[in-house]
Design a protein around this ligand. Structure first.
Ligand code: FES
Length: 158
């Protein structure tokens, strides 16, 4: 079975963050974020790793990881595009962004491109409604977007 370990840099971050939290329960989410930063998803092996690290059972880690929608539980593309599908973004053109991605990259929400570069998700409000339509690219917000600005950004990703 494949194993997971933190990179030396993430092990250092883990040690530093551990000092800020009162117990291992509170460290669960920061630990899951570190794993996702490192691998772009949270694998079963990584859940076992976290469980050992925090002295929990793997099922306890699984319960938390599957509760929150922001954790990727299967491999996704190098570039994760999360287009907001809530009211303000929808009214301001989120569907045009989704259609553009479908037409240019060939993926629909929930799909990863064949080359493994892009994964598209439609997500609920990301709290940047004033900048609608918006999307996040690998967690970084891009507000007031258009098909043209999205196209420019995607070219930089290739
Ligand atoms: S509606 Fe899109 S960020 Fe809130």
């Amino acid at each position: 079975m494949k194993t997971f370990v933190f990179t030396p840099e993430n092990e250092k971050k883990f040690q530093e963050q551990s000092k800020k939290y009162p117990n291992s329960d509170a460290m669960m989410l920061p630990c899951l974020w570190l794993v996702q930063e490192q691998e772009n998803w949270v694998s079963p092996e990584a859940m076992v790793f976290i469980a050992n690290k925090l002295k929990k059972t793997p099922i306890q880690v699984y319960e938390v990881a599957t509760f929150y929608t922001m954790f990727n539980l299967k491999p996704i593309g190098t570039y994760h595009i999360e287009v907001c599908k809530t009211l303000s973004c929808m009214m301001m053109g989120a569907n045009d962004l989704i259609k553009f991605i479908k037409d240019t990259i060939g993926i629909e929400p929930g799909q990863t491109s064949k080359d493994g570069k892009f994964h598209l998700s439609q997500v609920e409000c990301l709290g940047a409604c004033g900048g609608a339509p918006m999307f996040a690219l690998n967690g970084q917000y891009h507000e007031n977007q258009s098909v043209s600005s999205l196209g420019d950004l995607l070219k930089e990703c290739k």
